[in-house]
Design a protein around this ligand. Sequence first.
Ligand SMILES: Nc1nc(=O)[nH]c2c1ncn2[C@H]1C[C@H](O)[C@@H](COP(=O)(O)OP(=O)(O)O)O1
Length: 217
Amino acid sequence: MNHAEEANVSAAPHVVAEELMVTGKWVKLEKTTYVDWSGSTRTWETVKRTTRQTNTEADGVGIIALLKRTLHKDCVVMVKQFRPPMACHTLEFPAGLIDEGESAEAAALRELKEETGYKGEVVGITPVTCLDPGLSNCTTQMVMVNINGDEGENINPKQQLGEKFVEVILLPLDEFQMKIDDLMKKEKIVVDAKVYIFAMGMVQAFFKPRELPVLKQ
Ligand SMILES: Nc1nc(=O)[nH]c2c1ncn2[C@H]1C[C@H](O)[C@@H](COP(=O)(O)OP(=O)(O)O)O1
């Protein structure tokens, strides 16, 4: 390692202490003490979930589920639910926390079944991704799932919700952004950022596949 590399290592920002400020059943607030890029020691207010499992890196999973049926357009399976922190309904991909000892893939299929009633098959998964890193250490893995909508148990899917109330909304993949915009015009609903970015990506893929997504001068 040369001098420049050594200097870089010692200046690499890092956390030196985490002090619990207050805790609830589901989340806690910590004071994070860290050394910044200039070598100064500073603090940050950090929110963490209390439910993170010991052997999993991600707190939860989000599920991008594509419902495939004969004679229908492919649809993305979405959920609308009242979210107390937002004080309104949101439009999200189905999602949930990973249980102890559960893989992200198994959690995705379980949560999809619980929230929507559909039985799916995992076709892809993201690495562990952060959700709101300026506020919290919360992480998720997005799991891509195909659903054979012609299969018996997927023709009349039955949710297994317990105390939750979740409305399932099917949106055609090739009109995804437009249908979301229509929903937002009709009612007060906030769309999850991951969903809207995915919608914008679909527009790019369907209608402008050869155009680079950059502003042209
Ligand atoms: N921050 C939370 N506050 C609560 O009062 N309750 C919470 C919080 N986070 C999760 N939960 C509860 C709600 C459910 O009963 C369980 C499991 O939620 P899950 O379905 O896994 O995930 P969501 O999609 O976030 O509902 O945890």
